[in-house]
Each structure stands twice: as structure tokens, then as C-alpha cells.
Design a protein around this ligand. Sequence first.
Ligand code: SD4
Length: 333
Amino acid sequence: MKRRKFIQNASLSGIGLVAGATAASCAENPKNTETGMPVEKTKGLPVVIATWNVHNATAKAWEVLQEGRSALDAVEAGCKVEEANADGQSVGIGGLPDRDGNVTLDACIMDSEGNYGSVVYLQNIKHPISVARKVMEETPHVILAGAGARQFALESGFKAEDLLTEKSRQAWEKWKETSQYKPIINIENHDTIGMLAIDKNGDIAGGCTTSGLAYKMAGRVGDSPIIGAGLFVDNEVGGATATGLGEEVLKTVGSFLIVELMRQGKSPQQACEEAIRRIVAKNKNIDNFQVGYIAVNKKGESGYYSLQDGFWVTKYQDGKNNNSPSDFYNKKS
Ligand code: SD4
């Protein structure tokens, strides 16, 4: 299909939704007195929280923390679990490709000292989160893109492999029958993995990894690898990470906003809700796309909130690894 035709067809406001399991508000949690929304109380450190139903990933991160290793090691190990899962079509191997059939990956990682590393538009490397960590630790830069990121990964010992699985290739072939740009969000209760961890010393790190929106234009980069948008950590305050339509997260610098709102005294739950309201205020039509945020503060309190029904969160705390549906803004659609 010609590029112009694709752009005509592409409508970010036309992003479809698949309703997940009914997301109830977290009835077991106390309500915030100001907003009436559920609030999660401190239960203790360490803690790991991640977007979507990824209990294997949070279990891995928890195991790393139990070994006394850092929050940074934990989020890297946790994200790698999903990157290696070929059945997940939104992260790492098996990720759905762009409209030209290329799987292009975005990831970033941030440590408790404010260091950050990122790769964008990385091809053929299964673990972009680990390449992002190497960018952070072994280069004078914070972001490497495309061919340069791939070259750096290969020089660092990563193996090149074909990331387009048969399942994702078939999905792309089917998509080409209509070539409508309507990425399905909330698919399989699994999508971009954003993960935050606090180790037993109270130090916070975060990671975010994705294959981005399915059938995106070649060259498109989303929020996930961009500091302050898809992820932000400030060890004095807390951390936040995002999933959903990256363009909306980028325009509101969502994760940085959440951390700054927590700095001003908001709870993680209040801060996530405010960041979603900020998106609502900037959009005439909020019915057709999804954004979800998770956040933790220094005390180990967490919060999560999404625009639409269908967002889930996995949290490992006090020895329990639980999936929970998120409360959400758009109750009318
Ligand atoms: C992006 N935020 O590339 C990612 C996609 C995603 O749930 O999170 N989907 O825009």
C-alpha cells in the first residue's frame, strides 16, 4: 500500500478496544478521602509492580530481590521474562511487526541514581531491556536508535535473531488484507511491560519494554523508551510507568508528571488518576484508545489507573504475587 493511503487510513482516534475481564474497582482497598478512589496502603518492602498480567515476570524480579540484588537487576530480569515469551505479541520475540513486517523494539531502564539508558527502533535483538542497560552503563549516551543500537548490541555480544514468529507473521498477513491502522489494545491482558521495583534498602528502579503499536508506520517510536513519558524514576520520590497509546503518553509526559505529582504530596493512586485526567482534558474523544499507568512511592505504596476498562496490574509484595484489574476513568463507553 502507498504511504499516503496508509496515512489516510491511519486514525489514532480509531483505535479499537477489546474489553478485558470486567475491571471492578479495588473493593478490598481503602478509599482515598479526597477522591473516593481506592488506595493501596504500605505493606512493606521489597515490592515489584508491573503492567498487565505478568506474574512470571514479577516472580522473577521478586526472586532477584530475595537474593539481595538491586532493584535494577530485578527489573531487568523481570522484563526479560516477557521479552523471551514468544506467545506475547507486544514485547520482544513474537512482537507484532510494523506495517512493513519488521519487528522493531523500544525499551528503557532507569536506576536509583537517576541514570537512564534506552534503545529505540531496535531490530533482531530479543532483549532490548539489557541493551538499554548497557547503553546506560557502558556508553556516554542515553539513547541509541535503529542500526546503531543493533550494531552496539552485536558488539556487546547479543545474538541477532529473527523476532517475527509464525503466529505474528500470520497476523500481519491478515492485517494486510485491510491495512486499517486500528491497533487492538488490551489484547490478551498483556501488552507493553512497564515494571517498577523497590529493593529492601528502599532504592527504586524501573524498566519498560515493548514492540510498540502493531502495524505502526516504519520508524515510529512510542513513549516506552522515552524518559519521562513511558518511564520515570526519582529515588527521592517514587517511580511511574505507562502502557497504551504512546502518542498520548508522550504529549503529556505522563510518567514524569506522576512522579512530580507524588513529590507534591499526592499518593501514587491520586497521581495516576490525575495523569489520566490530563489526557482526558486534551482529547475530545476518549472512547477509542487506552492508556494505563502504575506508580510506587518511596514508602512502597502503589497505585494504578487507566482510561478504559481492561487494564490489569501484577504486584508482588509481602510474599504474594497478585493480578488485579485496574479502576478506570471512562465508565460510559
Ligand atoms: C507504544 N505504549 O509504543 C506503547 C504500546 C503499548 O499497550 O503500551 N501498548 O505506544
